[in-house]
Write a protein that binds this ligand. Structure first.
Ligand code: SAM
Ligand code: DTB
Ligand code: SF4
Length: 361
């Protein structure tokens, strides 16, 4: 059974067939394959830290941090290196092996803020955690600088299928996402890329997203599967939550299509009961984001998660040791032209207009 999933070049149709399998059969196959590469009792814990919150120029329809929408978040400038270090120490104490630092930026700029992020990467490395960043689009030089500072992983989600992406975001293109992933790949930094379900996409879009990830060579080391957190004020505020079965099905399909990747059960866990999460672990999820906050939205309390681990006989996975690699960085920063498709997405425009009215009131 396992052989058919190893070193496979997928077609979209084959992924559709996997996604549509009877659920229990799908879970059984995913669980079997999962055991081939992983210790099923170990689940990796990552802590998210929003190092710069809100005020973002982009129009991502799911995101509470886009300044054009009226959402109830606390904006914050870039944190200090000491604040980050203190958070890293706390994360380590509660069993995290990775700290993922997120910034509400469209792309990284070659400025003092980026220099400060490089210092943060060094500081978190010093604490003994795997360091991950998600800072938006990145040039090859910037990726190399992060690698030299000791970055372990870079998170850059493709979010959905190329086709449905155009229904969610107009201020950047799908190709920019792929280009950034490629820039990260040119360094020794591992790639974390996945997406969100529950944004109004068809089930085929979810499979097409997995198809795009399967074409990356090598495939991403980790693949976060987020369930949309529908935040008031965002264009997607009225989306109905995905069902438990859809989440389990998506995790199991990701497990089978990307056999060597770590599948991360990401945003949306506050709406999932313990049994759903247990089925996701069974179906091959082996990582979670822990801590009572994701970037801006709630997440289960760490103590609740540790109780769940105890109940299920799971243990947190230790960090992977990685040496810093030396990469030559070109003297002059390259001129990368990121795209800005700028097409009209009605629900994004309508949410921005509502925000303008709310601001005036
Ligand atoms: N600004 C950077 C970027 O967009 O690449 C990094 C931070 S961004 C918030 C990281 C990822 O979080 C997004 O690509 C998206 O997949 C996920 N995300 C954002 N808002 C979400 C929401 N409401 N529900 C689920 N996932 C979300
Ligand atoms: C990912 O795939 N999910 C995380 C992380 N990568 C950066 C972010 C989830 C954000 C959920 C909405 C919020 O808290 O703002
Ligand atoms: Fe900005 Fe990232 Fe949110 Fe898009 S997902 S609005 S780029 S913070």
């Amino acid at each position: 059974m396992i052989e058919q999933y190893l070193d496979k070049q997928w077609t979209k149709e084959e992924i559709y067939e996997v996604y549509k399998k009877p659920l229990l059969e799908l879970i059984y196959e995913a669980a079997t394959l999962h055991r081939h590469f992983n210790n099923p009792s170990e689940v990796q814990i990552s802590t998210l830290l929003s190092i710069k919150t809100g005020g973002c120029s982009e129009d991502c329809g799911y995101c509470p941090q886009a300044s054009r929408y009226h959402t109830d978040i606390q904006k914050n400038d870039l944190m200090t290196v000491n604040q980050v270090k203190a958070s890293a120490l706390r994360a380590k104490e509660t069993g995290s092996s990775r700290l993922c630092m997120g910034a509400a930026w469209r792309n990284v700029k070659d400025d003092e803020d980026f220099d400060q992020v490089l210092e943060m990467v060094e500081a978190v490395n010093g604490v003994g955690l795997e360091v991950c960043c998600t800072l938006g689009m990145l040039t090859e030089n910037q990726a190399k600088k992060l690698a030299n500072a000791g970055l372990y992983a870079y998170n850059h989600n493709i979010d959905t299928s190329e086709e449905y992406y155009k229904e969610v975001i107009s201020t950047r293109g799908y190709e920019d996402r792929l280009k950034t992933i490629d820039n990260v790949r040119k360094t020794g930094v591992t790639v974390c890329s996945g997406g969100i379900i529950g944004m109004g996409e068809k089930w085929e879009d979810r499979c097409d997203m997995l198809y795009t990830l399967s074409l990356l060579d090598p495939q991403p080391e980790s693949v976060p599967i987020n369930a949309l957190v529908a935040v008031d004020g965002t264009p997607l505020e009225e989306q109905q939550p995905v069902s438990s079965w859809e989440m389990i099905r998506m995790v199991a399909t990701a497990r089978l299509v990307l056999p060597k990747s770590v599948v991360r059960l990401s945003a949306g866990r506050t709406s999932m009961n313990k049994e759903t999460q247990a089925m996701c672990f069974m179906a091959g999820a082996s990582s979670i984001f822990a801590g009572d906050k994701l970037l801006t939205t709630p997440n289960p309390d760490i103590n609740e998660d540790l109780v769940l681990f105890e109940e299920l006989g799971l243990t947190p996975k230790a960090p992977i040791k990685k040496e810093k690699e030396a990469h030559d960085v070109a003297e002059k920063s390259e001129r990368t032209r990121w795209t800005r498709p700028g097409h009209t997405i009605e629900r994004n425009v309508s949410a921005s207009n509502k925000a303008k009215v709310a601001r005036k009131a």
